[in-house]
Design a protein. Structure first.
Length: 312
C-alpha cells in the first residue's frame, strides 16, 4: 500500500529550507505553538576520494504554526561540536525530535568515516534556538560500531530509548543507559509472526496513544535480483543505490511494559525505494507522519482517522 496512491485526498506538506543541498528524513514533533520539524540536508553527490569531506551535512529546524504556515527556519550550529567530537566528525544524521521536561531535544546518529569504514554513535542534545546545548555521546550498549534508529519516548517525565523492537530491548536514560527489565507478554490480538528475512529498524519517536504507545518501524529488504541487474547493467539507473533496497513501514502499538500489542499492514509512502519516516505526531483529526523520499525530498502527510484505521 502506497499512502499517496491509496489516500489521494490526504494533505501533503512539502518541507523547504534555504540550502543548495538535498534534504530528507524530516522529524516532526507537536509543540505548544504548532509543529517543529528537523530536516537533514546532505550533498546529493557522494564523496570522490579520501581527501574530500564525506557528505556535506546540515540540520535545519523549521517551526510551523498549527496550519503549517512557517514561523521560522534556521540551520543548527553543529560545527563546534563536530570539530571537537570524534564520533560526529562527518555529521549528525537522522535526528528524532522530542520534548522532555518542556525542552526540545534531538536524538541523532553521529557519523565518522575512516577510509572505507563507517562508524555511527548516538548523540543526545537539547536544542535552544539554533544551538546544540550540552550534546552527549551515548556509547553502544552492545559494543556495536554502528548505532542508528533508536526511538525516543518520554513517559512520566522519564526518557526511554527503544533500542530494538525485534527482539524488544528498551533502556531508561538517566545520564547513563539502564536496561529495562520487562514483563514479557504475548497479546492475543497479535496474530502476525515476527518479520523475518530482512532488517527491522526503528523509525519514528513513540507517542502516547491512550494507555498505550504508537510508533512507526521500517523493514529493509533487498529489491528482486533481476530488477537490480537490469537497473545496474541495462538501464544504468543513476538511482540504483537508492532503489536496490526497499523499505516497508508498519505502525506498532506497545503496552505500558513495551510489549507489542499490534502491528499494522505494511505500507510505503510514495515509492518502493528508499523512504524514511523519522516523525510521528497526533493531529486534531488524525495522524501526521514526516518522511524522506530517495534522499532528496522531505514531506509530511496528514491521515485522517478513517484513513489511519484502514492501515490496520
Amino acid at each position: 500500500m502506497k499512502l499517496t496512491e491509496q489516500f489521494k485526498e490526504a494533505r501533503i506538506i512539502d518541507i523547504k529550507v534555504p540550502t543548495s543541498l538535498a534534504i530528507c528524513n524530516p522529524s516532526l514533533v507537536a509543540s505548544q505553538e504548532g509543529w517543529d520539524v528537523l530536516v537533514r540536508a546532505l550533498d546529493p553527490v557522494p564523496y570522490q576520494g579520501d581527501d574530500c569531506e564525506f557528505l556535506s551535512s546540515e540540520n535545519w529546524l523549521v517551526r510551523y504554526y498549527p496550519d503549517f504556515s512557517v514561523r521560522s527556519i534556521f540551520k543548527l550550529n553543529d560545527l563546534d561540536f563536530r570539530n571537537n567530537c570524534r564520533e560526529a566528525t562527518h555529521g549528525l544524521e537522522d535526528g528524532r525530535l522530542f520534548y522532555w521536561k518542556h525542552q526540545l531535544f534531538g536524538l541523532f546518529s553521529g557519523l565518522r568515516r575512516e577510509g572505507n569504514k563507517y562508524f555511527n554513535t548516538m548523540v543526545l542534545s537539547k536544542i535552544d534556538g539554533d544551538t546544540l546545548v550540552d550534546p552527549l555521546v551515548i556509547p553502544s550498549p552492545q559494543g556495536q560500531e554502528r548505532e542508528k534508529n533508536w526511538m525516543p519516548y518520554v513517559k512520566n517525565d522519564e526518557l526511554y530509548l527503544i533500542y530494538s523492537t525485534q527482539p524488544m530491548e528498551v533502556y531508561r536514560y538517566t545520564g547513563k543507559l539502564e536496561r529495562l527489565g520487562r514483563e514479557e507478554k504475548q497479546h492475543a490480538k497479535l496474530t502476525i509472526p515476527p518479520l523475518g528475512g530482512a532488517m527491522l529498524s526503528g523509525s519514528s519517536q513513540l507517542i502516547d496513544w491512550g494507555e498505550t504507545s504508537l510508533a512507526v518501524v521500517h523493514h529493509r529488504r533487498k529489491s528482486p535480483l533481476l530488477g537490480k541487474l537490469v537497473m545496474k547493467h541495462v538501464t544504468k539507473d543513476p538511482d540504483y543505490q537508492r532503489k536496490k533496497v526497499q523499505f516497508d513501514h508498519y505502525f506498532i502499538r506497545l503496552d505500558k511494559d513495551f510489549n507489542l500489542m499490534a502491528r499494522s499492514k505494511k505500507f510505503q509512502f510514495e515509492t518502493s525505494g528508499v523512504e524514511f519516516c523519522a516523525g510521528l505526531a497526533l493531529g486534531s483529526q488524525g495522524i501526521l507522519l514526516s518522511y524522506g523520499v530517495m534522499d532528496r525530498l522531505a514531506r509530511i502527510i496528514h491521515l485522517n482517522n478513517k484513513e489511519f484505521d484502514i492501515i490496520w
